[in-house]
Design a protein around this ligand. Sequence first.
Ligand SMILES: NC(=O)c1ccc[n+]([C@@H]2O[C@H](COP(=O)([O-])OP(=O)(O)OC[C@H]3O[C@@H](n4cnc5c(N)ncnc54)[C@H](O)[C@@H]3O)[C@@H](O)[C@H]2O)c1
Length: 452
Amino acid sequence: MTYIPTVAIAGLGSRGRHTYARYAEMNPDKMKITALADTNPGRVREAAETFRVSGSNCFNSAAELLAAEKLADILFICTPDSDHYYTAMTALEKKYHLLLEKPISVNPAECISIAQSAKEHGRHVVVCHVLRYTSFYAKIKEIINSGRIGEIVAIQAIENVGYYHHAHSFVRGNWRNSKETSPMILAKCCHDMDILLWLSGRHVQNIHSYGNLYYFKPEKAPESAALRCLDDCKAKDSCPYDAERIYINSTQTGVTAGNTDWPNNVVTDPVTEENLHRAIKTGPYGRCVFHCDNDVVDHQVVNLEMDNKATISFTMSAFTGTISRHLKVMGTLGEIEASMETNIVKTHVFGQEPELIDTNLNNAEISGREPRIVDTAPDHLQWSDTGHGGGDFRMMDSFLKLFTTGGEALTSVDNSVESHLACFAAEYSRTHGGISVPVKKIVELYREYKND
Ligand SMILES: NC(=O)c1ccc[n+]([C@@H]2O[C@H](COP(=O)([O-])OP(=O)(O)OC[C@H]3O[C@@H](n4cnc5c(N)ncnc54)[C@H](O)[C@@H]3O)[C@@H](O)[C@H]2O)c1
């Protein structure tokens, strides 16, 4: 019989409960939850009942869980960003392997310390860079590695955050204020930095960046806007950021369209129209987007110079209709254009007919599309309907295999540290007039900057 790894989860929110514990519910033969911790007792109670975890293995915080004897092979760290460092360092000393939610830490020196500690203690630390596990990016990497488009000279990438996602997470929600959590480039775009460095196959040398909070601030509020959406706001009808529209009435995200998942399950629990109404009447998610305590940027551009002088240009914007990523990889022999909106990857080897690959489908055809589809997602990638383009659950499959059939992790903590350092360098540049920042100096620069 195959060994089933045991798992303790710290943080039972969107990631810990609704992603990883959900995976455990669907795959009881792949992991067994043996311990739980959350500062919200109701969340611990619910998960303990669902997964039959005894009361003695349930805790009110990650710190309490780690004060007890070791209760599992692996600790999943799904607590808020600022808590990751202490939890990860303590857990490594107790010999837990870690599935560590991004960001590794909110400070570059601490990211490096966690990687060092993982090596000292001989533990796996996999940071949840879920995009690497999507069939979309796996296919792009495969094409690049095949050499068909030659050497990579330039990459252009756009992260479309999505107007309602931005309002939910980065204006009203948990990642709105960089003093309490992480700057946008780390909180959201560490995935992009990770994937772009991985696709380029090179190390980053220098970075510069511009960006600011352009729109979600009091001076941009319509005159008739109320401080809360449900307080008889006169600007409501023409405001796409209206909380009632996003959480209740929208055909895309609203509960009346049957959505009891994200983002509504962040606003209230359980998700019902009545509970949502109550939550937006008084809680943080009903605040006017022009009158919140937010400071994170709503648009940012980052340019990277790689160690072979190739370049990468990355733009993040809140002002997009969809939540998606677009990419163009330009090589000496051809180019790849791809959009996560469709999951279609187009490869144009110069002098040949372009080819389209549908990474949504296994052995399927899309009718009416020209030119022809020549391939599909790799066979071993089977999940198509789970979070982050299937990346969440494929990452879990891959990670848990480290403890059963063995194999190589798709990424190392050192890779994750490098892409995190790129984010810190970008943020340093952005907050210092867009100067060029040598990434290897970022720990030093960051220390001086924080001591100023
Ligand atoms: N990999 C990804 O794509 C991805 C996506 C979203 C969020 N994240 C990251 O995952 C982490 C969790 O995010 P989330 O969206 O699940 O947030 P969340 O707010 O939904 O959940 C966090 C949970 O941690 C609990 N908590 C807070 N302090 C705690 C402590 N000291 N000990 C134990 N529990 C504690 C909270 O009560 C809450 O239930 C964050 O670091 C976030 O940046 C990663």
